[in-house]
Design a protein around this ligand. Structure first.
Ligand code: SF4
Length: 454
């Protein structure tokens, strides 16, 4: 992760990059419009959200039993369940399975949990070819870039930039239309995935009562790659489990609405284990990943964030995200839910800068389909960082120096030239080049007061 000050400066630069602002606001605006159109299908959306909230909280409270039941039923269906304490465990398990299959390539889906364990980097270091099957991700992979948004990974790229990446790697006309690019990528994915024996995906939900893995998508790439692979490996955070198949009736439409404004995602499937009809994977493994989720569950208040169904809606409405973009967070999970989760899962000391990436406007709370009080949780994280003294050392030093200056009457009443110099020295590096530093009045407040009143 980059240094917090560097991330802060990067965020400032992005906030003043008009082209970036237009691209992000146009795309997130499309998400918001789709949501506004889609929500008219609900007579009482708030009631449905309340149901989802209750259901997800119930799931978290009974997590241990639900996970054990899921394992029992999934194994009964012929699948295998592996338990990973952390990312290293999960990667070792995946690599062992790849070696067992003597594979030199895998296909993968768009999944935040696969990014969390840094799957691509790990496999590439082991000389295993990674084929991204989602269109946006395929292009990013070619351009050696990371995802910018959980639902639309290449949201920050214009049509021309997408085209430039593709023409840099493939024989594609530089002035291709969007349709031509999409068709080309689909064709390339099909060619590159041919005969790849292993497909790795995340999971939207795990069904405890029937031992099922729920996967939703809009491009059909997951269905395609899982049906042609011999082995399907699912990596799922332990909080993904829900009690019953019936619960999907509440959660799936809410997920689809809050992701893309749809009544239902174009392709939703449930994998119960290996194929029984001869078509589909012969082996299905589910890796249940903890990676400090248990630690997060031990926080009485912040555990609510584990109800997240990863719809991405809070990211799309967040004014901070719209201004600073996806990379300035310096974390795998971004936007309001990332701001709450990351410091608790990956360490407050390293990620306390995320506590500042929120304007407490409450837009994320209003839109969240499972009613997570994200703003309260961010305040709680700030409180935790302060009481545990886990703020950023450089920020703390800066604030102490500022306080020291402000407490000195001599300095406050001193010549403007020195005040400007000090301001530039202390605040300048954080302020960025795109906006002028605040101007000082010719005389301090105290001087003006004395002149007028004494
Ligand atoms: S916190 Fe809520 S709005 Fe944000 S991704 Fe999770 S479920 Fe969606």
């Amino acid at each position: 992760m980059s240094d917090p000050i560097t991330l802060f400066q990067q965020g400032c630069e992005k906030a003043f990059d008009e082209e970036h602002w237009q691209k992000i606001n146009y795309s997130t605006g499309c998400f918001e419009n789709s949501f506004a159109k889609g929500k008219v299908n609900y007579r009482n959306l708030d009631l449905e959200k309340q149901r989802a909230y209750t259901l997800r909280n119930k799931s978290l409270l009974g997590l241990e039993k639900l996970l054990v039941d899921f394992e029992t039923h999934f194994v009964e269906n012929g699948g295998k369940v592996l338990w990973a304490r952390n990312a290293d465990d999960a990667l070792t398990m995946i690599f062992d399975l790849i070696r067992k299959e003597k594979a030199n390539a895998i296909t993968r889906s768009n999944s935040m949990v696969l990014d969390e364990i840094e799957l691509n980097g790990f496999l590439e270091r082991k000389n295993i070819r990674v084929v991204e099957t989602e269109i946006g991700r395929f292009i990013l992979h070619e351009g050696k870039q990371k995802p910018y948004h959980p639902l639309a990974p290449s949201i920050h790229l214009s049509k021309e930039e997408n085209n430039a990446i593709l023409t840099g790697s493939f024989k594609l006309k530089p002035d291709s239309t969007v349709k031509q690019m999409v068709n080309f990528v689909r064709h390339e994915v099909a060619v590159e995935s041919k005969d790849v024996p292993i497909c790795i995906t995340g999971a939207n939900f795990l069904l405890s009562d029937v031992g099922g893995v729920v996967l939703t998508e809009n491009e059909g790439n997951i269905l395609k790659s899982t049906s042609s692979a011999r082995v399907h490996i699912v990596v799922a955070g332990i909080a993904k489990v829900i009690p019953t198949l019936d619960d999907l009736a509440v959660l799936l439409p809410l997920l689809s609405l809050h992701s893309h404004g749809q009544s239902m995602a174009a392709c939703s499937s449930i994998t119960f284990g290996p194929a029984t009809t001869g078509q589909g994977p012969e082996q299905v493994y589910v890796i249940l990943l903890d990676n400090n989720r248990s630690e997060l569950l031990s926080h009485e208040k912040q555990r609510k964030v584990m109800s997240c169904i990863h719809c991405g809606a809070c990211v799309s409405v967040c004014p901070v995200y719209k201004n600073i973009g996806g990379y300035s967070y310096g974390s795998k999970h971004i936007g309001p839910m990332g701001v709450v989760m990351t410091p608790l899962m990956a360490g407050m000391e390293e990620y306390s800068h995320l506590n500042a990436a929120c304007a407490l406007c409450g837009k994320c709370v209003d839109i969240c389909p499972v009613k997570i009080p994200l703003d309260d949780l961010i305040i709680e994280n700030r409180h935790l960082a302060t009481t545990e003294k886990q703020g950023n050392a450089r920020f703390d030093a800066l604030m102490k120096t500022m306080v020291w200056h402000c407490k000195s009457r001599k300095k406050m009443d001193g010549p403007i030239f020195f005040k400007k110099l000090e301001m530039k020295r202390l605040l300048g590096p954080l302020w960025g080049n795109s906006r002028p530093l605040p101007e000082f009045a010719s005389k301090s407040f105290s001087q003006q007061w004395r002149e007028r009143n004494l």
